[in-house]
Design a protein around this ligand. Sequence first.
Ligand SMILES: [Zn+2]
Length: 254
Amino acid sequence: MPNFIKFLGTAGARVATAKQLRASGGIWISLDDTNIYLDPGPGALVNCFKSTPPLDPVILDGILLSHKHLDHSGDINIMIEAMTNATYHKKGIVIAPTEALDYDPVILKYIRSFPEKIENIKPKKKYKIKNLLISSPVPHKHHGMETYGFIIKGKKNSIGYISDTKFFPKIIGAYQNSDILILNVMFSTPRPNIDHLNIDGASEIIAKIKPKTAILTHFGKTMLTANPQKIAKEMTKKLKIKVIAANDGMKFSI
Ligand SMILES: [Zn+2]
């Protein structure tokens, strides 16, 4: 299977998700013959089968959950079932924050015996999923609940996924060395007391990390109104780094 990142949804937060201003299914990564799913929000399963060609979650080797907000976790249970061949084959690894498993859990207890393993995220611990090494370099403490991003390391590529957070200085060192950096950018302009990245915060991160490609996704209503494509173009020009705004169904070849 060729290496790619496929966006099964690019909506972020409550309004864009509840109104389905964009799809909200999360991200499929296929790298070094390993298939993993990031943040299966509402519509993940449907959008996998609707994509061209269809992606059957039965070939997934793992599912990563950054935190339990519904726009990230809405389809986590059905995606676990689908990964395990409708529970007929015990397989796959699920990596999730403790809070998603223990307190007001989003992963149902009856589902938990179906995957091969469920791992609680511990910062800096490394998890192996088939040919990939996964880590969560730093807790995103500014998001109102236990939240992490991920670094997905293959033989030649390192993909950083900065899930929901507002900007904090340690994020730069944490995701350094990402060849491809995916950022959840919810807002176009800064807002007080909001625990999400906006364009300025994302620009600062991209400028300092200098990935080969940065991909913006998880757009809230203000970003959609501001036109993510236009913003990505302006960022590319200003930062001299390739910045792409994801679209629903976009396949990025690695
Ligand atoms: Zn969130």
